[in-house]
Design a protein around this ligand. Structure first.
Ligand code: B12
Ligand code: SF4
Length: 528
């Protein structure tokens, strides 16, 4: 039986826990005494507790994130009732800040804040040496801060020093073959971000540190050799160190095989010729860039300490759309201090004109530890008290309007981003303001459905047809043919009932789809 269980509840099964694998890889001589046990937030907390206890561990380390803190609190509460002597160690971004006020922190024995790669091993070593359950030695180097219950003789909150990448073992061997075949595999070539966007936790992760390039590329080669097709980079700003970014891109380009796909997070106003050159050589469907724009309003940018060169941004997006096959996923945020509905709308319309395949409309969250909290009084920022701590209203957007915008974001995701309505979406937004026109659809859909989730695709398609013909007064044949093109793109062969009477008989049974090895959503966008 293992002495140490490393665990977390992922947002979905498909996401493999990357941080846990780093901790596991760096356990040194303790590694044979440890296991990783992953769950997801849809599993029942008591079932998870049962599975963890079945290992009969002395220590359980939990990775705590915004998406799992509620469920994990329940898991730990049950474990502590049944087996109070098991040492519970927490780590992860959600418990690295504002620890004083969290129930989960109260329940746990220790919280390692920050990057726990090396610190977790150090703490386990000491706990196991002393026999888990007995106090740490008085001279313990980890005795930094005392947040402990008064009867606990050793520190509760243990800040981890920033680990040096040259001392960290890379975790990639601990992705199993099953992970590689069925799950999203995360990789990172650097940690930290030099920028200071106040809503983002990464603004606290300074300085930027690079994984030694040769060591990193050797690990990537091994993943390629093991058959990994999709690489999701979690580097906060992949295009920061241009020479390194270029070397990584060239590495993948030289080894590219059909069906391989690489995702990077980029800042939009930094794409010099050295990068453009290599990006342009990738074939369609191989590259996806998540490009944070967040706001087009310079005053809002200033409020949140985010500098952005809008001209360069437009030029870079234009280059990516015209000269490359990169799939662009651009982010905007609703609810930032100083952003009105009108200025958000203007930004959305500006972004539509730049043509990214997806626009993620995010609702501002007050993440624990982030400096955005300094605006609370001036901009009357009111957030939900529960994860994901989304904004409910502020000085410029009241609650009812925020709800309307929240629905806009959800329907936009279903219609604009899903890739299911690539040809139909422009028919909805066309006119002076894509934002205003899509908001009209959003209000119309909500009046009929009363919800924004669990909507069958066929039902949504039918509603879009009704909206286009009855509200936008579009010619029924044009609306039907466009929806039919989109319908087939998803691999469907038979036209739905409501379209049939508007389509020529022979087209209703024709299928134009080719099988693609790309991720499904990106493949649908590729057909744009
Ligand atoms: C992958 C990812 C996801 C995946 C989920 C992954 C999963 N396993 O389920 C998806 C895409 C679903 C996702 C969604 C969201 N995410 Co996210 N996501 C990330 C991302 C890009 C990478 C995480 C990662 O692997 N990092 C690399 C590893 C090495 O670092 P790490 O995980 O932090 O682990 C280290 C430490 O935290 C610590 N540690 C971790 N576990 C443990 C355990 C123990 C015992 C110890 C001691 C230490 C420890 O040590 C590790 C090694 O140094 C991060 C940003 C980033 N680059 O980190 C954001 C991030 C984690 N996400 C964030 C947010 C806000 C979200 C969303 C709310 C965003 C949104 N727009 O809706 C959603 C919520 C989803 C939901 N269902 O509610 C925030 C986290 C805030 C928080 N307090 O948790 C981050 C930090 C982004 C940011 N900069 O603001 N996300
Ligand atoms: S939003 Fe992006 S650029 Fe800004 S601090 Fe976060 S990771 Fe860095």
């Amino acid at each position: 039986m293992p002495d140490i269980v490393l665990t977390t509840l992922n947002a979905k099964f498909i996401h493999a826990a990357f941080g846990l694998r780093y901790l596991f890889a760096n356990l040194g001589e303790l590694r044979p005494r440890a296991v990783i046990a992953e769950f997801d937030i849809n599993q029942r907390p008591l079932d998870i507790a049962e599975k963890l206890l079945a290992h009969e561990p002395k220590i359980i380390g939990f990775g705590i994130y915004i998406w799992n803190v509620t469920e994990t609190t329940e898991v730990i509460a049950a474990i502590k009732r049944v087996r109070p002597e098991i040492k519970i160690i927490l780590g992860g971004p959600e418990v690295s800040y504002e620890t004083d006020e969290q129930k989960i922190v109260e329940l746990a024995d220790h919280i390692i804040t920050g990057e726990g790669d090396l610190k977790f091993a150090e703490v386990c070593r000491k706990l196991l040496e002393g026999g888990a359950g007995s106090p740490l030695p008085a001279e313990a180097s980890i005795a930094i801060e005392r947040h402990a219950r008064s009867d606990e003789p050793y520190p509760k909150i243990i800040p981890a020093e920033l680990p040096d990448f040259s001392r960290i073992a890379l975790p990639y061997d601990f992705y199993t073959d099953a992970d590689i075949a069925h799950r999203i595999i995360y990789v990172e070539a650097s940690r930290g971000c030099p920028f200071t966007c106040e809503f983002c936790l990464s603004s606290l992760d300074i300085p930027v540190r690079q994984v030694p390039l040769d060591k990193f590329l050797a690990a990537m080669q091994k993943l390629l050799d093991r058959g990994l097709k999709q690489f999701k980079f979690v580097d906060r700003t992949f295009n920061l160190h241009i020479a390194t970014s270029r070397a990584i891109l060239e590495f993948f380009l030289a080894r590219h095989q059909p069906g391989q796909f690489y995702h990077f997070e980029m800042i939009p106003d930094r794409l010099p010729a050295e990068l453009r050159e290599v990006i342009a050589k990738f074939p369609p469907g191989a590259l996806q860039f998540e490009v944070g724009i967040q706001t087009f309003n310079p005053d809002v940018g200033q409020n949140i300490s985010r500098r952005q060169d809008y001209e360069r941004l437009a030029d870079n997006l234009d280059f990516l759309r015209q000269k490359t096959s990169v799939h662009i996923h651009a982010d905007l945020i609703i609810g930032l201090p100083g952003e009105t509905v009108e200025s958000f709308a203007a930004g959305f319309d500006r972004l539509i004109a730049l043509g990214p395949q997806e626009i993620q409309v995010g609702i501002l969250k007050r993440l624990r530890g982030t400096p955005i909290a300094r605006h609370d009084a001036e901009w009357q920022m009111i957030y939900s008290a529960n994860p994901a701590y989304e904004i409910l209203q502020n000085k410029l957007i009241d609650f009812a309007t925020m709800q309307r915008l929240r629905r806009f974001a959800k329907y936009w995701d279903l219609v604009g981003n899903s890739g299911n309505f690539v040809a139909t979406t422009p028919l909805i937004w066309r006119g002076a303001s894509p934002f205003a026109n899509f908001l009209r659809l959003s209000d119309w859909l909500y009046a009929r459905l009363g919800r924004t989730d669990t909507i069958a695709l066929a039902r949504l398609a039918e509603l879009l047809f009704q909206f286009l013909t009855a509200e936008v007064k579009l010619d029924a044949k044009l609306a039907a043919e466009t929806l039919w093109r989109d319908w087939q793109r998803g691999g469907r062969r038979d036209a739905p009932e409501f379209l049939r009477e508007h389509l020529p008989a022979e087209t209703a049974i024709r299928s134009q789809t080719e099988k693609s090895s790309l991720p499904r959503r990106q493949a649908r966008h590729g057909a744009r």
